[in-house]
Design a protein around this ligand. Structure first.
Ligand SMILES: C[S@@+](CC[C@H](N)C(=O)[O-])C[C@H]1O[C@@H](n2cnc3c(N)ncnc32)[C@H](O)[C@@H]1O
Length: 212
């Protein structure tokens, strides 16, 4: 298994995972705002709502094995997942484009990438993913979907023409009801997508290959 050994990346990740492990009250507070209306990104402005260490290590290892170079992420937050992607991009001679709608989160994420010495491998696009990824580059090797789940399907359709044959899509929280339209899309297009569920400590994710 490929493991991140770069000291600044390991240090920043350790600190951020530790902070994220203490954020349960912030998540509850944010979720409470979404009881009577749809949850908004601002409701979670202080929360990482990040992938777990296990997910990050899986993704890093997978990207290095696949030698993925063109990596796109929907949902930066404070950059925990992006650090795994950035470390793999550095290893593979590639690049990450990640996008986040909240400016304050972008600012903090950029600082985290600097502290990890990964800035040159990560471009942060501030704004709504459906706009910021309109001109995403062709030949995408890997797409991480980890933003608001109701945008998963529209984003997938936006990026589909830019996926390389044999590209992979990792969908976090794939078992949530709001991710259902994307899962239905994958499973009803079995000639185009080959998908499998991954069970991790946080719940269900999905790893999907684009067959072209
Ligand atoms: C689950 S968090 C991402 C966690 C991050 N991937 C990690 O593991 O560290 C989802 C993020 O998506 C952002 N987001 C929500 N809607 C968005 C949109 N339309 N465009 C870009 N980012 C969006 C939220 O502000 C939030 O920070």
């Amino acid at each position: 298994m490929n493991i991140i050994s770069n000291a600044p990346v390991v240090q920043v990740l350790q600190q951020l995972h530790q902070e994220a492990s203490r954020e349960f009250p912030k998540i509850l507070k944010g979720l409470s705002k979404g009881v009577f209306r749809k949850l908004r990104p601002e409701d979670m402005k202080d929360a990482y709502i990040a992938i777990s260490k296990g997910q990050g290590e899986f993704i890093y290892d997978f990207l290095v094995k696949k030698e993925a170079k063109n990596i796109i992420e929907f949902g930066t937050s404070f950059g925990i997942s992006t650090l795994y992607l950035g470390a793999a991009a550095k290893q593979n001679g590639g690049k990450v484009i990640t996008t986040e709608i909240l400016p304050e989160k972008c600012k903090i994420a950029r600082k985290n990438f600097e502290d990890a010495n990964l800035s040159e491998y990560i471009e942060v696009r501030e704004g709504d993913a459906l706009q910021t990824l309109l001109d995403a580059p062709d030949e995408i090797d890997f797409l991480l979907l980890d933003g608001w789940n109701d945008l998963y399907l529209p984003l997938m359709k936006l990026l589909e023409p830019k996926l390389k044959k044999g590209a992979f899509i990792y969908t976090d929280n794939a078992t949530f009801k709001s991710a259902r339209p994307l899962m239905d899309y994958f499973y009803s297009h079995s000639g185009k997508y080959k998908s499998r569920s991954l069970y991790d400590e946080k719940g269900g994710s999905e790893l999907t290959e684009y067959l072209g």
